[in-house]
Design a protein. Structure first.
Length: 399
């Protein structure tokens, strides 16, 4: 007896995953992807520390922070007493530059210091013919100093490790003693000049990318335009209110590298979750509107591509400007995800639309990175627009 041979039954069609469950799983998936962002953040932090160490080493070879105090008249070589000028003017012309070692850099500067002012003979009590005038500065950072003009006479500077000094013949000086001198100094990080006179005027100007004006008082005039700057401080003090030994009353400029490439990469990572979230939302809307099921694996691969953007950004930024690195990394990521969506859904329109959405997200984040004052305002507006777009996009979904 021949048995009936029947074809095996078709497997039961799996019930599609509910969107509520899928959204929860996508949220967990985004959290896992953020671990990858954390690893890139740790990598950027490590390379930033290495960059700072090399930059400090480069700067030490060039010259460190500069502090200039003086000139003052010492009552006698063995006395701790000193006389400050009644009028003191100092101009510093600064030119900053970057020194490179491989992919690392340090910000350093050269400055031409010009000093002039007036001492009063009546302020000085001396039993000898010669007095010591000195300027406190790290002399290993000083070069090309011009002779001291003091009371119409010329005196040559000598130097120790911590000051320039000259012995002046005080017996031949007039009642009002004018002086002037100048020298070049090189350093890094900052330049400070002590307001040593009863009436003082200190002006610092030149070229620097990110000057920051510091000191016991704010400049009476300041201007920063492109890479040039100028700042002037003025003060009026009594001799009793002026100390020579400490740094009080010093004013000057710090030269900042600004937000360097590693800090910008770290700042961009703060927006990683927002980009992943909004990209997942756009893909989910595409899935619902096209009635095409997209597996969780495909979402994860898209998220991995979004995280890889930050690795590309970190790597490219070490060899070119941050803006160019961001452009290349974003273009590669947008092209990859757009092409993937096109092939996965078989719809060029879906790929292009999702690519434009992702491009807008990267553009918005770049704008947030380049501004500081309005970052919160712009970020809130971008999120508001994204939520509004999702709300009105959800109206196209037929229940």
């Amino acid at each position: 007896m021949m048995e009936n041979i029947l074809p095996p039954p078709f497997p039961a069609r799996k019930k599609p995953m509910s969107y509520g469950v899928k959204i929860v799983l996508l949220g967990l998936q985004a959290g896992v992807l953020m671990l990858g962002a954390l690893l890139i953040w740790l990598m950027a932090y490590s390379r930033d520390e290495r960059n700072k160490d090399v930059a400090d080493e480069i700067a030490r070879g060039w010259g460190g922070k500069v502090m200039i105090k003086g000139p003052v008249l010492l009552q006698c070589p063995d006395s701790a007493g000193y006389v400050v000028p009644v009028q003191f003017d100092c101009d510093a012309e600064v030119e900053s530059k970057s020194l490179h070692r491989s992919i690392y850099e340090a910000e350093v500067f050269d400055a031409r210091i010009s000093m002039s002012g007036t001492f009063l003979r009546e302020d000085v009590s001396t039993s000898g013919d010669y007095l010591l005038i000195q300027i406190a500065v790290e002399t290993k950072q000083v070069s090309d100093f011009s002779a001291l003009k003091f009371g119409g006479k010329i005196f040559e500077w000598a130097k120790s490790d911590s000051c320039l000094y000259a012995f002046v013949n005080f017996s031949e000086m007039p009642d009002k003693i004018d002086f002037s001198t100048g020298f070049n100094v090189r350093g890094s990080s900052s330049l400070f000049i002590k307001q040593i006179g009863c009436e003082s005027s200190v002006t610092i100007d030149g070229e620097a990318a990110n000057p920051s004006f510091k000191g016991g008082s704010l400049p009476v005039h300041r201007m920063v335009r492109d890479k040039t700057f100028t700042a002037r401080w003025e003060s009026s003090l009594t001799p009793a209110g002026i100390t020579y030994e400490d740094d009080s009353g010093a004013v000057g400029t710090k030269f900042l590298v600004g937000v360097d490439r590693y800090q910008k990469v770290v700042r961009s990572l703060k927006y990683a979750f927002i980009i992943i979230f909004l990209t997942y939302v756009s893909v989910l809307f595409t899935e619902i509107l096209m009635k095409r099921n997209i597996p969780l694996l495909n979402y994860f691969l898209i998220g991995a591509a979004l995280i890889m953007f930050y690795s590309l950004l970190l790597a490219f930024s070490e060899h070119m400007s941050f803006g160019m690195a961001y452009l290349i990394g974003a273009a590669m990521t947008v092209a990859l995800i757009s092409g993937y969506m096109w092939r996965m859904l078989g719809s060029r329109r879906a790929g292009i639309i999702n690519g434009l959405i992702l491009m807008s997200l990267y553009l918005g984040c770049f704008i947030l990175l380049t501004i500081s004052t309005y970052a919160l305002l712009l970020g809130s507006l971008i999120l508001f627009c994204a939520v509004a777009a999702m709300m009105y996009g959800s109206l196209q979904i037929k229940h």
